[in-house]
Design a protein around this ligand. Structure first.
Ligand code: ZN
Length: 143
């Protein structure tokens, strides 16, 4: 039996905690869809997914497919400590989606000095392996 190699690179990509409440979201990413949970009673959208509507406390929900467009609400540039498999500098964005919810993602193809709040972005998807795909965003030309 081969020895387990040292170093964080041998650990692979971090895995999300997938539950009955958020499995639809991760399944959507594998299909190239950004899904937003919606309360089936009052129709309020919410992210991250959860079992209970914060507006009306209903446990009934479905989801909508986001168009994947939004703007940068806020961002941070992670530079240290550098943890595999992430690339650095790692621009982490909080995106205001056009549908009205926000989510945290990665901004690709961006020099940190050029990133600004309010810039328009669009979602894209990357396949990590057979069981995991992730979302990330790219900036769009400003109108
Ligand atoms: Zn509700």
């Amino acid at each position: 039996m081969a020895a387990v190699s040292g170093g964080a690179a041998g650990w692979g990509h971090p895995r999300p905690g997938i539950t009955l409440d958020n499995a639809f979201f991760w399944e959507g990413l594998r299909l190239g869809e950004l899904r937003i949970q919606r309360c089936a009673a009052c129709r309020q959208l919410r992210h991250p997914p959860g079992p209970l509507c914060p507006g009306c406390h209903s446990t009934d929900w479905d989801f909508v497919r986001s168009e994947g467009r939004g703007t940068i609400h806020s961002f941070v540039v992670a530079e240290h400590p550098q943890v595999p498999p992430f690339e650095y500098p790692n621009v982490i964005v909080l995106v205001d989606l056009a549908e009205g919810t926000r989510l945290v993602s990665r901004l690709a193809d961006a020099e940190p000095e050029s990133v600004a709040i309010g810039q328009p972005v669009a979602v894209d998807f990357e396949t990590v392996d057979d069981a995991l795909s992730l979302h990330f965003f790219r900036r769009l030309p400003e109108e």
